[in-house]
Design a protein around this ligand. Structure first.
Ligand code: NAD
Length: 508
């Protein structure tokens, strides 16, 4: 039976067509794609079978064998063309992100901009895959390291950055001489199909780029595990929950491959007595409520010094009470929907748990005014907590901000670091001692530490990732590319003698 035609499905079909892809209209597919904007069924997508996934990995392996021989700056040229394609299709792809994930329009566009930015970065990188030379301790010897392509990079991505995460990995992988097999979230196959179509379009017109350089496999955990377990995949970059990373990390380690794990966060900000409170208010509002609380870097815990608590928190409550919630395609709401009903029940559960341990909840609850009944819209919640207990120790992927009054910087820092996750953190202060301490070895224990900014919204130039249960992986800028290559240390003897290192003698 053909699915019933309705406006969003038709628009998605037209968008996909503009990328040269088709809406896979199937009555039977096991991935059920609904738009969180309205809850409407867009399409059912067929999962890739394990055999098809293994065949895709085979094609990617063959592609790698050819691609690794293409000079790195030429590989960069392919990524430059990919960036051009993304520039030309930014509006359409951004809109598709909004329809499939529910992001507000500027965030959908921002996600595509991030893809363009990482392509630009990778183009430059293609001429900067630098190794070191070291002084050899032996006469007439040289010692150096080189970086070679690693192989297939398996990319497993989460629903909340349905396309940017692929580009963080793929743009680097392509210039590093690797091929990519991508398993996107089962909740977001359509944006992945669109991006794959764009990538294939670029690959098809690039003479040295082999078919199979960029491959897409669709489905849930089972399909992901085919990628995780395949010996032909030396690097698995997995973004998602800590529960997922715990499984994936161990399975990848069991076959001695490399995992880049980008997992859940439980991010905090500290507001100090000297903070610029107007600036802090704006930064906290975006970091905590933006993307409807569905970023890995979303601000979830706020520690406010006693001396400024009553100047800041009542204003913050007002912002929470007045922020606009709604369908981003029908107005200029700042907070769109949660991804699905499970996210909504998770938020309700966390708020109930917070109340049980003495939290005072402001806001929260389902928002139904002016939105389609099938969408799960919520009022963001601000929860004043007596102590860091209960749900405050976990990541709930929804707009809940737990706020606590603290009496000293040290107390705030201990609380900030006192959770299992270690992704992002920030401090609002104009006191150099506090900000410098925050950034020091005894300060924030997170992969990201910001000053006078929120915890959310990273730039691609830095290496992105976090410590502890966030998984320890780094992606995107700085020297994150090294995880996508294999290092080879090379010693050359250009003399006529055969000295051994450390003065060892072995005369025959
Ligand atoms: P999720 O863990 O449910 O799924 C993520 C991906 O992992 C999906 O593609 C899923 O199919 C796959 N998967 C799950 N179990 C697997 C297994 N055993 N083997 C192989 N693949 C498996 O996460 P989600 O709900 O899509 O995304 C939200 C989570 O992602 C949050 O915890 C968020 O903090 C995290 N996240 C982290 C980052 C980061 O960079 N640190 C970025 C975005 C999202």
């Amino acid at each position: 039976a053909a699915p019933v035609a309705h406006p969003l499905a038709d628009e998605v079909a037209a968008l996909l067509e503009s990328f040269g892809a088709e809406l896979p209209r199937q009555a039977e597919g096991s991935c059920i794609v609904r738009s969180p904007l309205t809850g409407e069924l867009i399409v059912r997508v067929q999962e890739t079978s394990p055999d098809e996934a293994r065949a895709a990995i085979g094609r990617a392996h063959d592609a790698f064998l050819a691609w690794r021989q293409v000079p790195a700056p030429r590989r960069g040229e392919l990524v430059r063309l990919l960036g051009e394609e993304l520039r030309a299709n930014k509006a359409a792809l951004g809109r598709l992100v909004t329809i499939e994930v529910g992001k507000i329009v500027s965030e959908g566009l921002g996600e595509v901009q991030e893809m363009i930015d990482i392509c630009d970065f990778a183009v430059g990188l293609s001429r900067q895959l630098y190794g070191l030379t070291m002084g050899s301790e032996r006469a007439d010897h040289s010692l150096m390291e080189q970086w070679h392509p690693a192989g297939i990079v398996g990319v497993i991505s989460a629903f909340n950055f349905p396309v940017a995460v692929w580009s963080w990995n793929a743009a680097l992988a392509f210039v590093c001489g690797d091929s990519v097999v991508w398993k996107p979230s089962e909740k977001t196959p359509l944006t992945a199909i669109a991006v794959q179509a764009l990538a294939e379009r670029v690959i098809a017109r690039f003479p040295e780029a082999p078919e199979g350089l960029s491959t897409l496999i669709l489905g849930g955990r089972d399909v992901g595990e085919v990628l995780v377990d395949d010996q032909r995949v030396p690097v698995v970059s997995a973004t998602g929950s800590t529960a997922m990373g715990r499984v994936v990390g161990q399975r990848v380690a069991a076959r001695f491959a490399r995992a880049i794990l980008e997992l859940g966060g439980n991010n905090a900000s500290i507001v100090c007595p000297s903070a610029d409170l107007d600036l802090a208010l704006c930064a906290i509002a975006f970091a905590a409520m933006g993307t409807a609380g569905q970023r890995c870097t979303t601000l979830r815990r706020l520690f406010v010094h006693d001396s400024v608590y009553d100047a800041l928190v009542p204003r913050l409550k007002q912002v929470y009470a007045s922020v606009s919630v709604g369908n981003p395609l029908e107005g200029d709401a700042l907070v769109g929907p949660l991804i699905d009903e499970a996210a909504y029940t998770g938020m309700e559960r966390a708020l109930a748990e917070a109340r049980e341990v003495g939290g005072i909840v402001h806001g929260g609850g389902r928002h139904t005014h002016g939105v389609a009944p099938g969408g799960f819209y919520v009022r963001p919640a601000l929860v004043e907590m007596p102590a860091q207990v209960g749900p405050m120790l976990h990541e709930t992927f929804a707009p809940i901000l737990y706020v606590m009054r603290v009496r000293s910087f040290d107390e705030a820092l201990d609380l900030q670091n006192g959770v299992p996750q270690g992704l992002s953190s920030s401090i609002f202060s104009n006191d150099m001692r506090e900000t410098s301490r925050f950034l020091s070895a005894t300060g924030s224990d997170c992969g990201i530490a910001n000053v006078n900014m929120g915890s959310s919204g990273a730039e691609i130039g830095g290496a992105f990732g976090g410590e502890k249960e966030t998984g320890g992986g780094r992606e995107s800028g700085s020297d994150a590319w090294k995880a996508y290559m294999r290092r080879q240390t090379t010693a050359i003897n250009y003399g006529r003698a055969m000295p051994l290192a450390q003065g060892v003698k072995f005369e025959i």
